[in-house]
Ligand binder design. Structure first.
Ligand SMILES: *[C@@H]1O[C@H](CO)[C@@H](O)[C@H](O)[C@H]1NC(C)=O
Ligand SMILES: *[C@@H]1O[C@H](CO)[C@@H](O)[C@H](O)[C@H]1NC(C)=O
Ligand SMILES: *[C@@H]1O[C@H](CO)[C@@H](O)[C@H](O)[C@H]1NC(C)=O
Ligand SMILES: *[C@@H]1O[C@H](CO)[C@@H](O)[C@H](O)[C@H]1NC(C)=O
Length: 573
């Protein structure tokens, strides 16, 4: 069970508990299913030219891995591919030998999580897919792989082939590119976040996880690519970003069944609301309401086959710019960076990577926090339930504002971070549980402004809007069982603007949308028959180009698939 779904769709859980998520296979009759599963979003992270080198770093079969440690492999970067790289792309290629449930998986380099993903529900033997992720920003980790002892690449995919026969086979390949790239993908990342001010990848990356808050000391390992033992002190940190991703602690274990009983009650009141946050020495330094990624085995597995739900292949992480708090880290003392989830059950694992930029031109950097405005989110809840029927509303609003100065070789710069969030959710159930609607919208506006005196040196702004609408009706079927019809609309809209000095360096708009509709016949909670169709559309526009992809699927097969680099031409199609 995917954690976010467990938390975000309480009503569905009630309906489908032991249903689609149970050990029943949704097999496509006559095997007309499209075997290749896709995430029809951005163009490939891989440019047109051949990579300078491609290294297969891990090859693993995941048959019965419940309770096993992650698969690991030692890796050192090939000599023919020296740093620096213009891009590094991680490719995870997976195939399923037979039908199986959807599973969660993650990839780490030296303990830092660089990909969290969910597998689709393989409905026929031989289903396969590929996840590509631009991992250039993790260059500090990739460089560590090049150090004397090499590094460790790890992957976990907790699977069991005892009930359903499917065994997953996974390959992880790193593609290293050098020189000019023959694509114009500069602004692209999967689900971009505010990042434009950091034009170079961080010098150091520290993994942090919720279970053990990480203590940071002034003792740092040597800068990886300088090849010396010089230990830079925390005194010369420049910028810091925390990238967070979330899940369950036994990420790949089914926390669902053991917690089902006690989560139902509290979820009604909570609606679909969760907030991830980070702290330094216990002080709140920023938070995010995560995008509701839908786990492929849920609602109706035919909705997510062969097209992945938004974000399911590369579960989004969130950047928090904690530069205003740098002053807290520069005193040479031990500090604790903590992570948390508000309004969640304890089975959420949050991991984060702290990205640190070192000012190699200074011996010391000074910093101070000048504005700290972080009132608690205003959360209003209302719930009224009579047996199975009722309604829950939740409204949450919040504004955070932090400002801090950093005096480094770049001068005395002040960074201001602003976050504004609004979250609404409404869950209604009528007709003795037969009619359900979930209505949810999340809006967030964030800005990072860097000033020297009164002059603006850079600014990045992001606006996110993520509505979700779900409606389902169920009725007893004539031949026994329950017939259920569901309709779902889910969207992610992101507008990103980055200015450096007075120049717009990037400006982009993304709309990723899915509309799905389908039915299932449930016997004793198990789906014995199902059908579904999904329309996915992805539109990304920046100053240089527009990319559009539209894919329609039905009964596990692709019916329509077009891609265009000119959105206007498509509008007429
Ligand atoms: C990786 O290298 C270490 C140290 O050389 C060794 O102990 C370990 O067994 C190796 N792991 C794998 C998966 O080869
Ligand atoms: C993994 O790599 C091996 C060797 O190149 C290849 O035979 C196999 O088909 C690959 N598997 C997947 C799932 O890509
Ligand atoms: C699970 O997969 C493994 C490896 O392919 C195989 O040896 C084993 O027999 C399978 N178990 C079942 C119950 O099919
Ligand atoms: C840097 O600038 C800020 C605000 O303009 C000021 O409060 C601070 O004292 C300055 N720091 C130094 C070391 O000059």
């Amino acid at each position: 069970m995917h954690p976010s779904l467990l938390l975000l769709f309480p009503i569905l859980l009630l309906v489908y508990s032991g249903g689609f998520n149970g050990e029943a296979a949704m097999v496509v009759p006559g095997s007309k299913a499209t075997l290749e599963h896709i995430d029809p979003t951005l163009p490939s992270a891989r440019p047109g030219q051949a990579p300078k080198c491609s290294v297969l770093v891990l090859q693993q079969e995941f048959a019965n891995t419940v309770g096993s440690p992650p698969a690991t492999a030692n890796f050192s970067q090939p000599e023919e591919c020296p740093y620096p790289w213009t891009r590094v792309v991680l490719e995870l290629s997976v195939s399923a030998s037979d039908v199986q449930k959807g599973r969660m998986a993650a990839v780490w380099i030296d303990g830092a999580e660089i990909l969290r993903t969910s597998t689709p529900v393989p409905m026929a033997p031989g289903a396969f897919w590929r996840v590509e992720k631009d991992v250039t920003r993790y260059e500090a980790l990739l460089l560590r792989l090049n150090s004397e002892n090499g590094g460790v690449v790890a992957m976990m995919l907790e699977n069991s082939n005892e009930t359903l026969p499917g065994v997953y086979n996974a390959n992880i390949t790193l593609h290293f590119y050098r020189g000019a790239l023959d694509d114009v993908r500069e602004g692209y990342t999967a689900h971009p976040t505010v990042k434009g001010l950091y034009t170079h990848p961080a010098n150091l990356i520290y993994p942090i996880s919720q279970e053990s808050t990480t203590s940071l000391t002034s003792q740092l390992p040597p800068l990886p690519y300088q090849g010396t033992r010089t230990v830079p002190s925390w005194r010369s940190l420049l910028l810091t970003t925390l990238t967070m991703s979330f899940g369950t602690p036994n990420l790949l274990r089914s926390a669902y069944s053991s917690n089902r009983a006690n989560t139902q009650g509290s979820l009604r009141a909570n609606g679909a609301f969760r907030q991830l946050y980070a702290t330094i020495d216990g002080k709140f330094v920023g938070g995010h309401i995560p995008f509701a990624v839908i786990y492929p085995g849920t609602i109706n597995p035919y909705f997510w086959s062969p097209v992945a739900a938004i974000g399911a292949f590369d579960i989004p992480s969130y950047d928090l710019d904690i530069t205003p708090f740098l002053g807290m880290l520069l005193d040479g003392q031990l500090h604790e960076v903590g992570l948390g989830v508000r309004d969640a059950n304890p089975h959420w694992l949050l991991t984060a990577n702290l990205h640190l930029w070192i000012d190699s031109l200074s011996d010391t950097v000074e910093a101070g926090l000048s504005v700290y405005h972080a009132p608690p989110l205003k959360v209003h809840r209302h719930a009224e339930w009579h047996n199975e029927d009722g309604a829950s509303d939740l409204n949450a609003d919040g504004i955070d504002r932090f400002s801090g100065w950093v005096k480094s070789s770049k001068g005395n710069l002040t960074t201001t971070v602003r976050m504004k969030v609004k979250f609404r959710s409404k869950v209604e159930v009528h007709n003795q549980g037969a009619a359900k609607t979930v209505e949810m919208i999340h809006k967030a506006k964030s800005a990072v402004v860097v000033k020297r005196g009164v002059k603006i040196m850079g600014r990045s702004q992001m606006f996110v809007e993520a509505p979700l609408h779900l409606q389902s009706m169920s009725a007893p079927a004539v031949a026994g069982g329950v017939y259920e019809r569901t309709r779902l609309t889910h969207q992610l809209k992101e507008l990103v603007n980055v200015n450096v000095a007075d120049q717009v360096v990037s400006s982009s708009a993304l709309t990723d949308r899915q509309e799905a509709e389908g039915s299932a016949l449930l016997h004793g909670g198990e789906p014995v028959w199902g059908s579904g169709s999904t329309k996915s559309s992805y539109k990304y526009r920046d100053a240089k180009e527009c990319h559009l992809r539209m894919v329609n699927t039905e009964a596990g097969a692709v019916k329509f698939d077009v891609a265009s680099r000119s959105c206007s031409a498509m509008a007429e199609a």
